[in-house]
Design a protein around this ligand. Sequence first.
Ligand code: KIV
Length: 263
Amino acid sequence: MNKKITLKTLQSMKGHEKIVMVTAYDALFASLFDENVDVILIGDSLNMTFGGQEDTLSITMDEMIYHAKAVCNGAKKSFLLLDMPFGTCGDKKQALKNATKAYKETKIDAVKIEGGKEKADIIKYLTDNEIAVCGHIGLKPQSARGEGGYSVKGKSEDEKKSIIEDALAIEAAGAVMIVIEGVKPDVASAVSSAVKIPTVGIGAGVDCDGQVLVWSDMLGLNDNFVPKFVKRYIDGSTIVKDAIKQYSNEVKKASFPNEQFTY
Ligand code: KIV
């Protein structure tokens, strides 16, 4: 069995080896991904891809913990990162209460909080209370409803400067890693050079210290959502639909189960 990936492992990879992160929401897929990735993210994107909701906002802490428990059961070696959902980190006390609950009830290694400088105090408070925190800057899906949709960030010099300030502020507050989403590649590159902690990009170009994708996107299972940054490594939706069609045909024709599949 491969050795468990720790914070130390991830931090030592910066500048030497890219960090591979993927989302998972259950034990089965976590166990399939575990061998070939460094980090499994129990992302609140599960509210959309798994729950069929329009955005990430309605998922609760208890629902995230339910999925985190499942992922922890399936993954043996990857570093496990849990998204703190919308409305659970409004202030320091609330954030500590929710993150502590996640630490106590699951075996996650760190939590991820969306936000930059405005969240620095909360990140420092959690860090001071022995909770490892990964930041999430650039495009923040939890802010998309308030902003009227999703848009690439860091297009102007002012926005770029502000994102770099976000990264430096959360690093100074004790963040152990940063996810950078939906930014121009020069922004991610500048952030990755400016901070000593690892950066993991999604829709942020190749210069980050690692990459993350949502599992159902990269396995081509979601025909309704194929943004430019998603590479579909297999055509999962066709593979699954073909298999179900074949099963259905065989059941209708009574050719399944034949002798081979009968006691
Ligand atoms: O929720 C999620 O899956 C995420 C990734 C998009 C980074 O935060």
